[in-house]
Design a protein around this ligand. Structure first.
Ligand code: GLU
Length: 319
C-alpha cells in the first residue's frame, strides 16, 4: 500500500528499529521522532523493534534504556518487540531460501574477500560469488558451521523511495550475495529486517539515508521470500564535525549527557530545529510538532551537530 493511500485511509504500520549496541545519540532520537511523526500523521501504528541479533555488540541493558529514553522524549509505541524473539520466523525464511536453492555456505575468509572483492559504495567489499556452486550439508543448513549467503538473481531493480531518492540498483552487481546467517549463527541484518517488517505488517519504513543502499538487497530478499514491499523513505543524517555519521560507536554525545543538561521538551525543540521543522529551538513536544508536520518541511541535507554541554548546534553539511 502506498503511503498516500495510508494517509487517505488512516491505516498502515511504521516502525523504529534501533540496534541495541549502545546508548541513543541525537541521530537515534531524531530518527525515532521522524518515524513517529510520519506514522502518527498518517494515523498509522508505530512499532518499536529492538534489533539485538548481533550477540557481540548488543546488550539487553541498552535495549531497556532505549525504551526508557524514547518514552522520556515523549514518543509512544503501539507495540515493542525484541528482534531475537523472532528466531522462528528467521529460520523459516532460511528454510524457504534453502528449499528454493537460494542458500549456500561460504568458505571465504575475510582476507579472501578483501583480496578478491571490489569496493562497494558503503566502504565494504563486493562478494564475487566464489562459493555459489557449493552445496549445503546433506543434513541441511542448520548443520553448516559456515556463514550462509543468499544467491540473488542478477538484474536491474528499479526503485525509488517516497522522497524521490533513486535506489535503483542491481544489488548482486553492487554488493554481491548477502550473508543471511553469520558464522556465529546470528541472523544477519539484511535478512532479519525484511522478514520482521513483513511479519509485523510494516507498510512504511522511515530510516536514515545511510541505509538507502541496502534497500535494493532487502527488496530482492523480499522477492525471493514472497514478502510484500513497504514504502521506504530515507531521511537526512546528523554528522560529527569531522563528517562521519553520529554513531554510538564513535562516542558522540549520548542521551545520558543530553538528559543531564536538558529536559525532554528542550531536546525535542533542538531536534525540531535541526530537522527544519521549527525556525528556533524552543521547547516543544512530539504531539505539538504533529500539528503541522509535512515531509516537505523536513531538511534534506545532512546537518553537522555540536553539543556544548547545554545546547545542540547544527549547520548544514557541505556536499
Ligand atoms: N537497526 C538498524 C540501525 O540501527 C536500522 C534498521 C532499519 O531501520 O532498517 O541502523
Amino acid at each position: 500500500m502506498s503511503s498516500q493511500a495510508d494517509r487517505l485511509s488512516g491505516t498502515g504500520v511504521g516502525r523504529f528499529a534501533p540496534s541495541t549496541t549502545g546508548l541513543a545519540h541525537p541521530g537515534t532520537l531524531l530518527a525515532a521522532l521522524l518515524g513517529w511523526l510520519d506514522a502518527r500523521a498518517a494515523s498509522a501504528r508505530y512499532l518499536l523493534r529492538l534489533e539485538d541479533l548481533d550477540p557481540e555488540r548488543c546488550r539487553p541493558a541498552w535495549a531497556e534504556q532505549m525504551v526508557r529514553d524514547l518514552a522520556w522524549l515523549g514518543l509512544d509505541f503501539d507495540e515493542t518487540v525484541v528482534q531475537s524473539a523472532h528466531r522462528g520466523a528467521h529460520e523459516a525464511a532460511l528454510d524457504r531460501l534453502a528449499a528454493d536453492g537460494h542458500l549456500y555456505p561460504c568458505a571465504c575468509s575475510r582476507a579472501d574477500l578483501r583480496a578478491r572483492g571490489t569496493p562497494t559504495p558503503d566502504g565494504g567489499v563486493r562478494y564475487l560469488g566464489t562459493c555459489r556452486g557449493r552445496p549445503l550439508p546433506a543434513a541441511g543448513w542448520r548443520a553448516s558451521q559456515e556463514p550462509l549467503r543468499a544467491r540473488l538473481p542478477s538484474g536491474w531493480l528499479g526503485l525509488a523511495d517516497e522522497a524521490g531518492r533513486d535506489l535503483s540498483q542491481d544489488p548482486e552487481r553492487v554488493f554481491g550475495d548477502p550473508i543471511v546467517r553469520r558464522r556465529d549463527g546470528a541472523i544477519a541484518y539484511q535478512l532479519g529486517t525484511p522478514v520482521d517488517d513483513a511479519a509485523a505488517g510494516v507498510t512504511r519504513v522511515v530510516r536514515g539515508h545511510d541505509l538507502a543502499a541496502s534497500t535494493a538487497t532487502q527488496v530482492r530478499l523480499q522477492e525471493l521470500l514472497g514478502l510484500p514491499r513497504p514504502a521506504y523513505r530515507h531521511h537526512f543524517l546528523l554528522l560529527e564535525e569531522r563528517g562521519a555519521k553520529l554513531a554510538k560507536l564513535h562516542g558522540s554525545v549520548d542521551v545520558e549527557q543530553l538528559r543531564a543538561g536538558l529536559d525532554a521538551p528542550a531536546l525535542v525543540g533542538f531536534l525540531a530545529q535541526l530537522a527544519g521543522l521549527r525556525p528556533k529551538a524552543e521547547p516543544t513536544t512530539p504531539t505539538e510538532l504533529l500539528d503541522d508536520f509535512r515531509w516537505s518541511r523536513v531538511a534534506v541535507r545532512d546537518v553537522v551537530v555540536r553539543w556544548d554541554g547545554k545546547q545542540l548546534h547544527g549547520r548544514a553539511a557541505h556536499d
